[in-house]
Design a protein around this ligand. Structure first.
Ligand SMILES: Nc1ncnc2c1ncn2[C@@H]1O[C@H](COP(=O)(O)OP(=O)(O)OP(=O)(O)O)[C@@H](O)[C@H]1O
Length: 228
């Protein structure tokens, strides 16, 4: 588990007068859970991309356990992400031509970390997420099933950090609740720090803290509301 520390973070794009993300300070203790909410275009995905090192901020730092992910070389950044961050992105990034199971174990296989225990955990995660046919080619799955495969893949190596961008967006209420329960339970069980972008009130309810973004800034923070 790793704490997140954001300091003086800004993300600007050419041609835009104001930054799309501007967070002066945010501390998330190791093992805690954060929901990020906000209207479309408020900067939620940009925040996810910056804290996972998929995009480099124009200014400031985002550190996990003292490692500023933006300050790492591209190779080290990818290695850091692979070792510590389980990611569920909006567009899943699954590999067509491979089965659901093969997709779940692919990152571990590529980094030569795949063990028999992990293969067993992959089967268990797919079963728990409700994927009845793990051998099914991933491109033939429904969007909601793909989302569940992406969640199973993110959780496979018990990462110290789990970052999920709208992990229940394609799911009906019941499946969404089951997936929310699974992500939060496994994060707690494995002591992972959890950051979830979501509009889903049932998922928000399960998390320790909520921040709201507007125009790239934090305009609401349940931790501050509690402290006030
Ligand atoms: N590469 C880019 N170039 C220019 N503007 C960008 C770029 N990426 C994001 N933006 C802008 O930054 C703002 C924040 O986008 P972001 O995707 O973070 O919002 P969001 O809150 O995740 O929205 P949604 O809920 O619709 O996914 C938007 O106005 C978007 O148009």
């Amino acid at each position: 588990m790793l704490a997140l520390d954001i300091s003086g973070l800004q993300m600007r794009f050419p041609g835009l007068e104001t930054p799309v993300l501007s967070i002066s300070r945010l501390h998330l203790p190791a093992g805690s859970q954060l929901a990020v909410t906000g209207a479309s275009g408020s900067g939620k995905s940009t925040l996810v991309n910056v804290v996972t090192g998929l995009e480099t901020a124009t200014q400031g730092s985002a550190s996990w356990g003292g490692t500023d992910i933006a300050a790492l070389s591209a190779g080290r950044r990818d290695a850091f992400r692979a070792a510590h961050i389980g990611l569920v992105m909006q567009d899943f990034h699954l590999f067509p031509g491979l089965s659901a199971f093969e997709n779940v174990v692919l990152p571990a296989r590529l980094s030569r970390r795949l063990t028999p225990a992990m293969r067993e955990r992959a089967h268990h995660l797919l079963e728990t997420t409700g994927i009845a046919r793990p051998g099914q080619p991933v491109e033939t799955l429904s969007r909601g099933e793909m989302q569940r495969v992406a969640v199973a893949r993110a959780l496979l190596s018990k990462p110290g950090v789990i970052v999920a961008d709208e992990p229940t967006a394609s799911l009906d209420r019941r499946t969404g609740e089951a997936i929310s329960e699974l992500i939060v339970r496994l994060a707690r069980q494995d002591g992972a720090t959890l950051v979830v972008v979501t509009h889903d009130p049932a998922l928000m309810e399960r998390l320790d803290r909520r921040i709201g973004l507007e125009g790239g800034r934090i305009v609401a923070d349940s931790a501050e509301a509690l402290a006030a």
